[in-house]
Design a protein around this ligand. Structure first.
Ligand code: NAI
Ligand code: MG
Length: 405
């Protein structure tokens, strides 16, 4: 395979701290690539009125593979107030660059593995029916539809007249007919059959490839009869092509209630955009939380891999940096898997697993202490120390392999 070029988008805040750590790990594992930096995030919004500049879009379109750190986003009023004075009042609107990127490139399949590393002190522990406690092995991969649903971006405050007229054709809109425009906000939940089919098929293919024992469609078809109804219908239809893999159906509210009851029973979980966002965070919380939550946004051509966490501005200026780089490193490992470098990906995960199991090097989140400047003095590893520990395991593993030759 030709040497790939990876578009690196550290973005804002701690994105700049964790992304270089992932690249150190990729190099250590012998992955050969060129890296090209691309701008994204709050600074781009302030200075250019666009958090996802066209030059970044072009780089992604050209090179097809992206590693992304995190961005800062702020509510509408603050966004407008922080825009550079020369750009104000010129019709610039803040759009989330992540959502835009997903929509521009049709990154419609979002993969979020929530897999517990044994020995992680943040893993969920449950009381046994009798005496004592047990730690269920959670191994769930959430497939979140990434471009539609409630995050499609079709929304209004004070919808234009023709929209109100269209809504009025639905009998249920009567209840809202007399609400004044500025008092009425509407977000549309859009589900299309082709996108629903792609996310369902991606989940079943993955389950088949990696031996997951079931697939669950997690929606709310009893209330959202049209949109969740379509998701469920498509899931059932797709399931017929995978006879060995049972399809379960849960409601999003009940699923979060059952989360801690039997999380080890679930394999792949499919959900529309908002529900997938919720349920993937919920499962991530059982296996270490934001410091461990990786994700991939997979399109037909372009794919972008990113930790689930945001830019954590309150830690962005700390020196040494204290945040956990594992979520970013696991995202890079997902990229390796995606491009057929699974052996390297496995080595990365094995090295992380060993560091976690040993428990000698832990970032502040793994110690359950607060993440301020005092964390290091309390024994927390810095961001770079955590990466160093992972690199040391990789090195040892390759020495051992070498010795065996
Ligand atoms: P956040 O994920 O940035 O941080 C929440 C808290 O989680 C942090 O204060 C920290 O305690 C912890 N945390 C996050 N990453 C961690 C790591 N790698 N290691 C250890 N602890 C970690 O979410 P928050 O504070 O809600 O948002 C901050 C900014 O990030 C906002 O502007 C928000 O819009 C943006 N954001 C961006 C996302 C993205 O780029 N994908 C996702 C979520 C939020
Ligand atoms: Mg989220």
């Amino acid at each position: 395979m030709a040497k790939p070029t990876i578009v690196t988008m550290p973005g804002d805040g701690i994105g700049n701290q964790v992304l270089p750590e992932a690249i150190r790990v990729l190099s250590a594992v012998g992955f050969e690539a060129d890296y090209i930096h691309a701008d994204i995030g709050w600074e781009c919004w302030i200075n250019e009125g666009n958090a996802l500049p066209e030059r970044t879009v072009e780089l992604l379109a050209k090179h097809k593979l992206g590693l992304f750190g995190a961005i800062t986003s702020k509510p509408k009023k603050e966004a407008d107030a922080e825009l550079k004075p020369a750009l104000r009042g010129k019709g610039y609107t803040y759009y989330s660059p992540i959502v835009t990127m997903r929509q521009r490139f049709g990154l419609d399949v979002c993969l979020r593995p929530c897999i517990g590393f044994p020995g992680n002190p943040l893993n969920f522990v449950r009381k046994k029916p009798g005496e004592g406690y047990e730690e269920p092995q959670v191994n769930v991969v959430v497939f979140r539809q990434n471009t539609e649903g409630l995050y499609a971006g079709v929304e209004w405050t004070n919808p234009p007249e023709q929209v109100r007229v269209a809504f009025a054709t639905h009998p249920k809109f009567k209840a809202f007919q007399n609400v004044k425009g500025e008092d009425l906000a509407v977000s549309l939940r859009i589900i299309t059959r082709p996108a629903a089919e792609r996310i369902c098929r991606a989940a079943f293919d993955y389950a088949k490839k990696f031996g997951y024992k079931n697939v669950t469609i997690c929606e709310k078809p009893n209330v959202l009869r049209e949109t969740s109804g379509l998701m469920e219908e498509v899931a059932k239809h797709v399931a017929r092509d995978y006879p060995g893999i049972p399809l379960w159906s849960t409601n999003i509210d009940a699923q979060t209630m059952w989360l801690t009851k039997n999380p080890e029973d679930y394999g792949c979980i499919i959900a529309s955009n908002l529900f997938g966002d919720v349920i993937s965070d919920a499962f991530a919380g059982l296996v270490g939380g934001l410091g461990f939550a990786a994700s991939g946004n997979i399109g037909k051509e372009v794919s972008v891999f990113e930790p689930t966490h945001g830019s954590a501005p309150k830690y962005a200026e700390l020196n040494p940096p204290i945040v956990n780089p594992i979520a970013m490193i696991l995202s890079a490992a997902m990229m390796l898997d995606h491009i057929g470098e699974s052996e390297k990906a496995s080595r990365v995960r094995a090295a992380i697993a060993e560091v976690v199991r040993e428990g000698k090097v832990r970032t502040y989140d793994m110690m359950r202490i607060s993440g301020g400047p005092k964390a290091i003095a309390q024994g927390a590893a810095s961001t770079t120390q955590m990466t160093d520990a992972i690199l040391a395991k990789l090195e040892r593993a390759s020495e051992t392999a070498g010795a065996a030759d």
